[in-house]
Structure formats: structure tokens, C-alpha cells
Design a protein around this ligand. Structure first.
Ligand SMILES: Nc1ncnc2c1ncn2[C@@H]1O[C@H](COP(=O)(O)OP(=O)(O)OP(=O)(O)O)[C@@H](O)[C@H]1O
Length: 492
């Protein structure tokens, strides 16, 4: 397909895409780097929009596109598939897993071809999950299914918005090889916001800045482009403002050690053990990073702490000085915890305003059901201003870009300055500047002990200097899922 954009302008309160002139010649694949704004999602929407649809308004021209020949993989698509499945899933009433909602089922539905479905399961390391329910998948597993599903549609043009987000190191490597192989038979737009995610095999790069196409270049030119060092300098100022806000409202609750302790932790689903024999103690003031490959149980472990995992009562857990299951209320525990995760992002389906999302952090609620104090509204407004989202204060959460939603959820978790701040792959969906801003803030929160961090990220570049304790899942020799190794200064 040859696609030509001329004087194209899409803009709404939350979306902006401006392209003066851009030709994607037939058979060309491109890497797209976006400094700020959700360019991938907007391009994806534009290229798949049917002529009679009005989901995205634009002026100017784009010629050559054919929505029936384009498939998109994005966090937004993944979220809406999950929502669709949850809305129509009758597995519980049927008492067994509806075949349409299994990993096999969601891929097969795109091609109705058994052989192709099995081939994709194998190529994307999904065969062992073939009969798993799509809504039970871990973040990285879900991302791979979304790609398999898009390829199963057998269209000649793919838009991959942050295809590496949520993948562990090994799966990121295999994905690069897989995409290179795919690019020989189809055109791919790979949108990334991390310089290390730009695939080596890409020949053409488009650089977008604040939603506007800034320049196009070869991959060799991109490798020497000064944009990354410019952005690093630019993000400093915004970080300073956010750090000042966090410092101004600091407060903390102290608990007798340990804050959390898990004895011989085990999580299993019918015949499948996720992890077993996990002993972990979190002492006051110590920050931890949880490590391990996709599907090893990182989010599950954090769910045991947060209290939203069904097996938290079958495990021997002490938290904030109480034994779990000893009559404590879930709200007593949650008031000391701030949480960001893909599961929470998924659950946040209430359509309240951007401002209310941040304020809801004071009440640990999904949506806002109480009248906030003036001070709470003032603090939340300050957050919005620093996140450059002041003009979106009244905009409904669901109308915002995925990255904007994620920033709000991070603010929601931090706003009450909780004792424990659980950050399960917090940067997913954030653009380059957003990620730097949040990472700088987390460094400060950890360094000044404003909250205690429990942190998950698959990227070495995301390591925080203040985190010196690690719990890492490794495969169990007895094939009982994973076991955990703990390491850190006081343990060695
Ligand atoms: N209800 C369930 N039934 C069966 N398996 C489940 C269920 N819920 C989760 N799982 C499986 O538990 C495993 C652990 O999931 P978890 O989300 O904790 O992984 P993770 O380490 O956080 O992975 P990622 O790095 O991809 O985010 C996954 O393989 C997932 O498919």
C-alpha cells in the first residue's frame, strides 16, 4: 500500500496529529519515534477508520489507505478486547471456559484456520497458553496474543503501537527477529517511545514531536540524532515542579517492622502452579524490585500484598502488623497502599473526570463517590497542571489517550503519599517525556523515603538507584512453577 498524507491535521481536546507531508511508499516499513503524545493510537485509528465512521475528525488529506487491509496492535486495542470479553463472557454461568475466550479462540476468530492459529501460537511462544482464558493472561502474555491476533487477520499492513511494552528481555529479542521476518511480506509501522526499542532492521524513521511530524530520516541518521539528549534536558524542569509538589505534601505512617511478610507463599490454579515456597519479608523503609520473566507471578505476588488476589487468604501473610484474614478490613490495608498496574488500569472503567481520577486516590476508590475537601481538589489540580493536563480537568477518563490515563493513575497512586507504593510496570503507554518525569519522581520518592517502593519493570534502563533489594523468580527445578531468590545488602 502507498499512503500519502498532505496537510493532515487531527485534533480534539486530548489527541493531536499533524503531518504536513509524508509518503509511505509501497512495501516500506517505518519506525516511528514519538517524544510526546499517543501518535501510534491516533495513526492506528485513522488508518482503520471506515469512511462512514466519524470516530476521529481530521482536515487535509490522506490517500491510499484501505481500512480493510490494516490491523492495529495497541494497549488501547488490548483493553477494549478485554472489555468486550468481560462484557459477553458467560464462562462462569457455563461452568467451563468458553472456547471463544481462550487464547486459541481469540486468534482463531480472526482467521478460521487451525493450521495458521497453531503456527502463530508456536511462533509467539503461546502454545502452553493455548487453552488459557484471555482475561487471565499476564501483561506480556496478553501483548503476544494481540500481535498473533493481528497477524492472523492476514492483512498486508500492520500498525504496532509500542509492541515491546510489557515483554521480558527474551521475548523482546525474539519479537525483533519475528517482526523482521514479517516485514518481508507485509508493511509495518512500529511506533516506539524508547530509543532502545527501535528495531535494527528498520530503514526509515519518522520523528514526531508533540504529535507533529518533525522529520523523516534513515535509520543511520536516527542513530546519531540529537533528539534524545535534547529531551533529557527538557524533562528536567517538569520533574523539578513535580518533586516540589510531592515534597510539600509529604507525610508518612510508620509501622512496626515488618511491613509485610509472606511465609511459604504458593499460588496455583487447578493443575498449574505459578510459584511455591516463596518467603519474603519487607522491612520498614526498604525498597524492592520484583524481577522475572513474563508469567512468573510478579503481579500475582503484588496482588497478594494489595489484597485483590483471591488466594491472599489461603496464604500465610502479615501486613502492617496484622495477620491477613484476622478480621481486618480490606480498606484498612488499602489506605496505606498506592497501586499502579495494568490490571488496575483495566478495572478503572468508571467514566469520571480526569480531576476526579486523581482525587479518588485519597479514597482508594475506582471513581469518586464522596465530596472531596478543597485541599484535595487543590492538590489534584496542581498534579494536573504539572502533567500538562490542566485543560483536560473535566474530560472523561475514557476519552483520554491511554498514556494520559496512565499518568492520571500514577498521580492517583502517589497523591496520598502511601506507606507502600506498588508500581507494576508503571510506564506502560507513557511517552518519552512522561516516562522520564515519572522515573525522576520515583527516584526522589525512594531516596527521601516518602513512600516505600515495590517496583516492576522489564527494562534495565528503568532501574532506580535507590532500589538495592531484589526478589527474582526463577524456574523451580521440580517443575512446580517458579521459586523466588531474594538478594540485597542486608541479606548477603
Ligand atoms: N485465573 C487464572 N487461571 C489460570 N492461570 C492464571 C490465572 N490468573 C493468572 N494466571 C496465570 O498466572 C501467571 C502469572 O501471572 P502474572 O500476571 O502474575 O505474571 P507476571 O510475572 O506479572 O507477568 P508479566 O511480566 O507478563 O506481567 C500467568 O501465566 C497467567 O497466565
Amino acid at each position: 500500500m502507498e499512503i500519502r498524507f498532505t496537510q493532515l491535521k487531527c485534533s480534539s481536546s486530548s489527541v493531536s496529529l499533524v503531518i504536513d507531508e509524508w509518503l509511505i511508499a509501497s512495501q516500506q516499513s517505518w519506525g516511528i519515534f514519538s517524544t510526546e503524545g499517543d501518535v501510534g493510537a491516533t495513526l492506528g485509528q485513522l488508518l482503520t477508520q471506515q469512511p462512514h465512521e466519524k470516530s476521529i475528525d481530521y482536515s487535509g488529506k490522506f490517500e491510499g489507505g484501505d481500512p480493510s487491509k490494516v490491523a492495529v496492535v495497541s494497549l488501547l486495542e488490548q483493553q477494549s478486547l478485554l472489555e468486550d470479553i468481560l462484557a459477553f463472557d458467560d464462562s462462569e454461568t457455563l461452568g467451563y471456559c468458553d472456547p471463544k475466550t481462550t487464547v486459541f479462540g481469540v486468534i482463531y476468530a480472526q482467521c478460521h484456520d487451525n493450521a495458521l492459529t497453531h503456527q502463530l501460537l508456536q511462533q509467539l511462544d503461546l502454545t502452553h497458553l493455548s487453552q488459557s482464558h484471555f482475561t487471565h493472561l499476564s501483561t506480556g502474555e496478553g501483548r503476544r496474543v494481540m500481535l498473533a491476533r493481528a497477524v492472523a487477520a492476514q492483512v498486508p499492513f500492520l500498525v504496532l503501537d509500542e509492541p515491546y511494552a510489557g515483554l521480558d528481555v527474551e521475548h523482546r529479542k525474539t519479537l525483533t527477529t519475528y517482526l523482521q521476518h514479517l516485514s518481508q511480506t507485509m508493511q509495518i509501522l512500529v511506533v516506539v517511545s524508547r530509543e532502545e526499542d527501535m528495531p535494527d532492521w528498520i530503514e526509515h524513521v519518522a520523528l514526531f514531536s508533540h504529535g507533529k511530524l518533525d522529520s523523516v530520516m534513515t535509520k543511520a541518521q536516527w542513530d546519531n540524532h540529537p533528539v534524545i539528549s535534547q529531551l533529557t534536558a527538557q524533562s528536567g524542569q517538569q520533574s523539578e515542579a513535580l518533586l516540589a509538589l510531592i515534597r510539600r505534601h509529604r507525610h508518612s505512617a510508620k509501622f512496626a517492622a515488618p511491613v509485610f511478610e509472606l511465609h511459604d507463599g504458593r499460588v496455583a490454579y487447578s493443575d498449574k502452579v505459578i510459584f511455591s515456597g516463596v518467603n519474603w519479608r519487607i522491612d520498614n523503609g526498604v525498597h524492592w524490585q520484583v524481577k522475572g520473566p513474563n508469567g512468573c507471578g510478579k503481579s500475582t505476588l503484588l496482588g497478594l500484598i494489595f489484597g485483590d488476589h483471591p488466594q491472599c487468604y489461603s496464604n500465610d501473610i502479615d501486613i502492617f502488623g496484622k495477620k491477613r484474614g484476622s478480621g481486618e478490613s480490606i480498606w484498612e490495608i488499602k489506605q496505606h497502599i498506592g497501586m499502579v498496574s495494568s490490571a488496575l488500569h483495566m478495572q478503572y472503567r468508571v467514566n469520571c473526570s480526569a480531576l476526579d481520577v486523581i482525587v479518588s486516590g485519597f479514597y482508594d476508590s475506582i471513581g469518586l463517590y464522596q465530596k472531596p475537601t478543597q485541599q484535595q481538589v487543590a492538590i489534584a489540580s496542581e498534579w494536573l497542571a504539572i502533567l500538562h493536563m490542566g485543560h483536560l480537568s473535566k474530560t472523561a477518563f475514557k476519552q483520554l489517550e491511554y498514556g494520559q490515563q496512565r499518568l492520571l493513575l500514577i498521580a492517583r497512586a502517589i497523591v496520598k503519599q502511601p506507606t507502600l507504593l506498588i508500581l507494576d510496570e508503571p510506564y506502560q503507554g507513557l511517552d518519552y517525556l512522561g516516562r522520564r518525569l515519572i522515573k525522576n519522581s520515583l527516584e526522589l520518592i525512594a531516596k527521601e523515603h516518602l513512600s516505600q517502593l515495590l517496583y516492576v519493570s522489564h527494562y534495565q534502563q528503568d532501574s532506580l538507584d535507590s532500589i538495592k533489594h531484589f526478589i527474582e523468580f526463577v524456574p523451580d527445578e521440580n517443575h512446580q512453577g517458579y521459586r523466588a531468590l531474594v538478594s540485597g545488602p542486608s541479606i548477603d
